[in-house]
Design a protein around this ligand. Sequence first.
Ligand code: NDP
Ligand code: HSE
Length: 407
Amino acid sequence: MSVIKVAILGFGTVGEGFYRTIQSHAEELKAVLGKKVEVAAILIKNKQKERDISSDVLVTTEFEDILNLPQLDVVVEAIVDKDPTYIYLRKAIERGSHIITANKEMFAHYGQELLELAKTHHVSVGYEATVAGGIPVIQTLRQLLNVNRVQQVQGILNGTSNFILTEMREKKLSFTEALRAAQENGYAEADPTNDVEGFDAFYKAMILSRLAFSEEPNWDAVERTGITSITSELIETAGRLGLRFKHIASIKKFGKQLKVSVEPVLVGNEHPLYHVEGVQNAVNISSDIVGQITLQGPGAGMFPTASAVIEDLVYVCQNRPDSEGFQSTSDTIASPEEGQHEENWLITGFKHATNDVIKMIDHIEDGTWIAKAKKEEMKELSRQNLGVVYFPIIGEYEGRHILTRLA
Ligand code: NDP
Ligand code: HSE
């Protein structure tokens, strides 16, 4: 029987999870692909680390050793940083190998180039694991929504941030303790700033934007905020108002303009993302024929991510014609001028009794208010008052009601 030879770049949470899944699911792979899958080589950085890898596998720190393998059908990339990773994957494609990547930072920067290069070399690119861990969101957008016109994609895209917010609320952990637990579970990036400052969700949003709308916004124009300004006290206050903090990436099209935001928001229990907890991610897609679809599942971790990579292995080995590039037709949402409609906001760090910028509708406690205002007005308030932090409340604000009941 002929064999599919695979090289894995990186043997951390993702690389090792994929390696172990190839062993545990060898029969299924053989049945679906009609060939045995063998790991021929693994690229690592530190030769001193102890690893549970079969002695038949070449373990190397030199990428050239991988390129020089006599047979190399698929290169699976699960390392960190965009360089030199991009160059490695270019070389793999030029050698005629399919590639699979879990590296969203690299793919957000160079995905388009890699897809085009792959097309000219008649190989496929799998990147399911770059967005939302084990959730098959890329395949869903790529295959199921060919005819639907996508209007909006919105979701919780960073497992670490959602896990931290949940642990802080449910177990009363500090931010630092919750982050440490996320790191111990293998959810966080090598540099967790990427998770907690929203960069990781931003890269994922750019990948989704390109897939769903065939374009990306100007990266510098995207408002990106992480979760580091959310304190245990704020989580407690939000809870008393019947609200939860969720870190949400949103990609919508208004007219010809693509609008993307990555930020913490407050949602009430009527919102579909309110109950998405822990390391779970969820992606809500709105499109014209089907309406709304919400996909939910584990957003990070060894085996959820291995699931995405192994499904990509089948996808690239079947080298489907649609892998040559997906072009969606997007529909648009009619909306008032961005920043010009009034929303509800939770404001903290505002010490004054009055102001002439916005209308406060509730006083929650010292320094903490609910306002009804336009986004531009909120920006003005924070420009005038250093230390003011504000979060949008999505949906109806029931707080006044709840506070009265609690009194
Ligand atoms: P880890 O830090 O656990 O592992 C990274 C691995 O890459 C290590 O084996 C390391 O080698 C190796 N490595 C790093 N840089 C190089 C280099 N320049 N050359 C060769 N090897 C290198 O990371 P993860 O497995 O968590 O993540 C890998 C990728 O997958 C990242 O891009 C991440 O964003 C993405 N991802 C992670 C998910 C998760 O749940 N953790 C989920 C989805 C995607 P050594 O062991 O020698 O140090
Ligand atoms: N660090 C990422 C997260 C891994 O927490 O979502 C999955 O992409």
